[in-house]
Design a protein. Structure first.
Length: 310
């Protein structure tokens, strides 16, 4: 995930944390260009098994080409959303896994592909679907959602302070004509943001639309929850996030699963004792080195958290 999609963020750190045995079954739930998958395969093949999942068919094709030297029945690439991991693993008769990796957000492979419409830096079709089989795209969102709905999306998923202002601007513009391209949307935001706040506002609005279109936060929560039944004792979950919304979900999930008590919510009722299912490995998130941040600017906001199945 970088301007060169062959560079994966926190690649060595992630694989070091993930791979505990060369004989294991590992799932890369966000395959992307295949950078992490290649590093995992190098560690575990020919003894281990790698399952790579991505909602983007083009990413699957790109990764398959990159992983051609590992092609065998121990390499399983699946065009699907990682939120369906329970079904995916059962379909491939996999009952246990030894590691689960998530490199969240949008990959540079997707950002650099103009037809996908993820970037505000070029004037492309307003799409943002990771999986082209789904109906909802960003063009539909900006042209059909009410002002209230757009405000919610911009606020909830972009944490945009002026979400109402931008939602109103979108609605006023589309009364004259449909919003078709990323360039059109960028111009609308620029006219309302102005000056030095323009780029940050754009990034937040585009992030919000992407998350809404792809249901990213719901899918993340579901993937984390459903993976637990397949993890063997000592196996690892490694999650790399790029904004606070993703990181908060991962952090809270790890904390909940590592807790030995479930809060009752009342001072009058004692907490319920529970058996922890995870041990948190990273007390603080791992961040890229200064060298990586310089060489790969897209890594600057990355945070990696690791937990181990008890």
């Amino acid at each position: 995930m970088s301007n060169d999609y062959h560079i994966s963020v926190l690649r060595e750190e992630a694989v070091d944390a993930l791979v505990t045995t060369a004989h294991g079954v590992y799932v890369d739930g966000t395959l992307g260009g295949g950078g992490h998958a290649e590093a995992i395969a190098t560690r575990i093949f020919p003894l281990g098994t790698l399952v790579g999942i991505d909602a983007d068919a083009d990413a699957i094709a790109e990764a398959r080409q990159r992983l051609v030297s590992f092609e065998s029945d121990r390499l399983i690439l699946v065009h699907d959303n990682v939120s369906n991991i329970r079904t995916i693993l059962r379909q491939h008769n996999i009952r246990h896994i030894h590691g689960f990796l998530l490199d969240l957000g949008v990959s540079s492979f997707q950002l650099n592909e103009k037809s996908k419409g993820f970037s505000f830096r070029t004037d492309d079709t307003l799409d943002m679907r990771m999986d082209r089989r789904q109906a909802l795209d960003a063009r539909t969102v900006v042209n059909t959602y009410s002002e209230e709905e757009l405000t919610r999306v911009f606020q909830s998923y972009g944490e945009e302070k002026f979400s109402g202002r931008f939602a109103r601007a979108v609605v006023e513009y589309r009364e004259r004509k449909q919003i078709e391209t990323t360039g059109e949307l960028a111009s609308i935001i620029e006219n309302k943001a102005g000056g030095r706040f323009f780029v940050k506002a754009l990034a937040r609005i585009f992030q919000a639309l992407r998350i809404e279109v792809n249901h990213e936060l719901e899918n993340l929560s579901r993937a984390l929850r459903d993976t637990m039944e397949f993890l063997v004792s000592g196996s690892r979950i490694v999650a790399i996030s790029y904004h606070s919304l993703e990181d908060r979900i991962v952090k809270n999930f790890f904390q909940q699963e590592a807790a030995d008590k479930a809060p009752s919510g009342s001072k009058l009722v004692p907490d319920t004792l529970r058996v922890p299912r995870l041990r948190i490995v990273t007390k603080k998130p791992v961040i890229p080195t200064e060298e990586e941040r310089v060489n790969n600017p897209r890594s600057r906001s990355a945070k990696m958290r690791v937990a181990e199945k008890i």
